[in-house]
Design a protein around this ligand. Structure first.
Ligand SMILES: C[S@@+](CC[C@H](N)C(=O)[O-])C[C@H]1O[C@@H](n2cnc3c(N)ncnc32)[C@H](O)[C@@H]1O
Length: 223
């Protein structure tokens, strides 16, 4: 990391782990302690798609209610805001308070400062907690809180990808709503789990950056 400057560090609530914000010559990186990169400001193709694709499938996106799980660098939030209408409300749940501060500060310009959009609501806390207290509340729930079904950030995040987690997310959706998940890798077991919950599931592969190279997986599951 020799050409990178450490701009901030934060403990991940509920763990002994830290995350770090670095600035390079042209980009930013959010990393975990062992150097694993959670997010890089140059690679946001699949994060955009996660915000955009489920909202574009809504019959009436004008006043849609959307929940984004994990702010990260704000790309998914920004894409969702671009895909819904003026009366929409997009809630972003972020576990680490410092990540919200970083987005209000040096990171914000990269994604177009979506936290300043009047349609944005910020929930600082565990998205699981918010899901459990929401009943038929959202038209879209888009989750990118970790690496996918195999969590990196917190082992408790794995719950979201379990049967109970999927059922809780389904209950938080309005009828006909769309549940979307991001993952670094395809996962047949998780795909089957979504289908076994009665969801209509599309698995799509999206480039991380540009039109070639690494691809990530999205599941778009309609209630
Ligand atoms: C990979 S990043 C999200 C990237 C984001 N899609 C973007 O467009 O930049 C994952 C984010 O989820 C947050 N997070 C992890 N576990 C969470 C949880 N249980 N609830 C809410 N946020 C969580 C992390 O702190 C991190 O900011």
């Amino acid at each position: 990391m020799s050409n990178w400057t450490l701009l901030g560090e934060a403990r991940i609530p509920g763990t002994e782990q830290f995350i770090y914000l670095y600035q390079g010559k042209d980009d930013f990186s959010i990393k975990l302690a062992r150097g694993q990169e959670l997010m890089n400001s140059r690679k946001y193709g699949s994060e955009h798609a996660l915000g955009e694709m489920p909202c574009q499938r809504l019959r009436n996106p004008t006043a849609a209610k959307v929940l984004i799980g994990g702010l990260g660098m704000g790309f998914t939030l920004a894409a969702a805001l671009r895909s819904v209408g003026p009366q929409a409300e997009v809630t972003v749940a972020e576990l680490v308070p410092e990540v919200v501060e970083w987005n209000r500060g040096p990171l914000g310009d990269r994604s177009g400062r979506p936290l300043d959009d009047p349609r944005t609501r910020v929930y600082v806390g565990d998205v699981v907690r918010l899901l459990k207290q929401s009943d038929r509340s959202f038209d879209v729930i888009a989750l990118d809180i970790d690496n996918g079904p195999e969590g990196l950030t917190r082992t408790s995040n794995n719950w979201l990808y379990s049967l109970m987690g999927v059922v809780a997310a389904q209950k938080a959706l309005k009828p006909g709503g769309i549940l979307a998940y991001w993952s670094a890798e395809p996962d047949d077991d998780f795909h089957d789990l979504l289908k076994s919950c009665g969801l209509l599931v599309d698995q799509v592969r999206v480039f991380a950056h540009g039109k070639k190279g690494t691809r990530h997986t999205l599941w778009l599951a309609t209630c």
